[in-house]
Design a binder for this molecule. Structure first.
Ligand SMILES: Cc1ncc(COP(=O)(O)O)c(C=O)c1O
Length: 382
C-alpha cells in the first residue's frame, strides 16, 4: 500500500473526483460560483479549527480564525453601510442559518410579533418559523417574484397593533425578485408603527447589488435590523457558508457568558467552522471591491447574452433588472437532469455565475431549442 488508504478506497475517491469534474461541466441551475481556487489554504486542513463562541471575544480554544472572521464581518459591515460600531456579525453555515438568526433576534425583541414574508420566500424560512414557533402571514408575490406591497399594506392595516417582523427577499430563489425595503419602510411609517423589525434575506443578491449602480436600496442605510448573505453563492466556496450581520443592541439581548469556552455565546451553533472565515477572507483579498464589480458586470453581460440566445431559439427568457437569474419555461426531465436546472412549477432558471461562459450558454440554448423543435424530445411544458 503506497498511501494511507487501501487501493479500493483510493479508487472510490478517484471515481468521485471524475464524477464531480464531469458534473461541473453542466452546472448552470444553482447560484454557486464554481471557478474556485483556494489551494493556498490547503495547509490549514491540518488543524482542528473551531471558531466556537463570539468572533469578537477570543476564548480558551486557541485553534481558531476569529481575527480573520472579524475582518470578514467588518468588510461586509462596510459594504452594507453599517453605522460604525453598531453592527455585529459572524460567519454562518449558510443563508438558512443567517435567516434563522435574524428571526431569532426578532422574536426575542418582539415575542408578540407577526412575521410577513412573500409567497416566493425560500422554503427553509417556513421551517425556521416552525422551529421558532413564530406566527406569520404569507404575502402575495407579484409576477416578477417581489412582494406585493399593496397586499402587505392591507394586511398590516388589519394587524396594526402587532409588531411587524418583515422578512424581505433581496433576490428570491427562482426569479431573483427584490422586495423594496424603502417602500416597506414607507408603509410602516404611514401607519406610525415604531415597534418593527426588518430582516433581509440577501442570499445571492447581497453580493451583487452592492456592486451595481442604481440598484434598489436594501442595506443598513434603510435602517434594517439584520441581514443574511450566503458565502458559497456569488463569492464561491468549496463548502457552504454565509454571513449574518445584526444590530448590536439586539444581539446583546441574547448573549450569554460561558465559562467552559471562556467566551460569549452569541451564535446559533456552539462549535463553528474555522475554515470558512478563512475562505471568505481569502476571496475578499483576492478580488477586492473592484474585482467583484468586474465579476458582477461580467455575469450581467452574459445574462443578457443568454436571453438574446434563448430568444433567438424561440425560448421566451427574461430576467429582472440587476438579476443574474434568467427565467424560462420549464424544460423536460432529460434537460433538467443533464443541466442540473432547478425548477418550480412552470419555470426553470439559469444562474449566470462567474464560471458560466458563453460556450456553455450556447450549448444550453441549443439543447433547449432541440427540445422545442421536437428532435425526438417532448415539447416545453408551458
Ligand atoms: C433566497 C434564498 N434564501 C435562503 C437560501 C438558503 O440559503 P443556504 O442554502 O445558503 O442555506 C437560499 C438558497 O438557495 C435562497 O435562494
Amino acid at each position: 500500500m503506497s498511501g494511507p488508504l487501501h487501493r479500493e478506497a483510493e479508487k472510490r475517491l478517484d471515481a468521485l473526483y471524475e464524477r464531480l469534474t464531469e458534473r461541473r461541466e453542466t452546472f448552470v441551475g444553482y447560484p454557486c460560483t464554481a471557478d474556485l481556487d483556494y489551494r493556498e489554504l490547503d495547509r490549514f486542513l491540518a488543524f482542528p479549527l473551531n471558531n466556537v463562541g463570539d468572533p469578537f471575544k477570543d476564548g480558551t480554544y486557541g485553534l481558531h480564525t476569529h481575527d480573520f472572521e472579524r475582518e470578514v464581518v467588518q468588510w461586509f459591515a462596510g459594504l452594507l453601510h453599517a453605522p460604525a460600531d453598531e453592527v455585529w456579525g459572524y460567519v454562518t453555515n449558510g443563508g438558512t442559518e443567517g435567516n434563522l438568526y435574524g428571526l431569532y433576534l426578532a422574536r426575542e425583541l418582539y415575542p408578540d410579533g407577526m412575521v410577513y414574508a412573500s409567497q416566493d420566500t425560500h422554503y427553509s424560512v417556513a421551517k425556521n418559523l416552525r422551529l421558532l414557533k413564530m406566527p406569520h402571514i404569507m404575502i402575495k408575490s407579484r409576477e416578477d417574484g417581489s412582494m406585493d406591497l399593496e397586499d402587505l399594506r392591507e394586511t398590516i392595516r388589519i394587524h396594526r397593533d402587532v409588531p411587524p417582523i418583515i422578512f424581505a427577499n433581496i433576490g428570491t430563489t427562482m426569479k431573483e425578485g427584490i422586495d423594496r425595503v424603502d417602500a416597506i419602510r414607507a408603509i410602516l411609517d404611514d401607519f406610525a408603527i415604531g415597534r418593527r423589525y426588518i430582516h433581509c434575506d440577501a442570499a445571492l443578491s447581497g453580493m451583487t447589488l452592492p456592486f451595481i449602480e442604481e440598484a434598489p436600496p436594501f442595506d443598513f442605510r434603510e435602517r434594517i435590523d439584520s441581514i443574511s448573505i450566503s458565502g458559497h453563492k456569488f463569492i464561491g466556496s468549496p463548502v457552504p457558508c454565509g454571513i449574518v450581520l445584526a444590530d448590536k443592541g439586539h444581539v446583546r439581548r441574547i448573549a450569554r457568558s460561558i465559562e467552559y469556552v471562556g467566551t460569549l455565546d452569541t451564535t446559533i451553533p456552539g462549535s463553528r467552522n474555522g475554515l470558512t472565515p478563512l475562505i471568505l477572507w481569502y476571496a475578499i483579498q483576492r478580488w477586492g471591491r473592484e474585482g467583484f464589480v468586474k465579476r458582477v458586470r461580467h455575469c450581467l453581460a452574459n445574462a443578457d447574452y443568454a436571453i438574446q440566445r434563448f430568444q433567438e431559439e424561440g425560448i421566451p427568457a427574461w430576467r429582472n433588472p440587476h438579476a443574474i437569474t434568467v427565467v424560462f419555461p420549464r424544460p423536460n426531465d432529460a434537460i433538467l437532469a443533464r443541466w442540473q436546472i432547478a425548477v418550480h412549477g412552470r419555470i426553470g432558471h439559469l444562474l449566470v455565475m462567474p464560471h458560466t461562459g458563453r460556450p456553455l450558454i450556447d450549448d444550453l440554448a441549443t439543447a433547449l431549442a432541440a427540445e422545442r423543435t421536437g428532435s425526438g424530445l417532448p415539447a416545453l411544458a408551458t
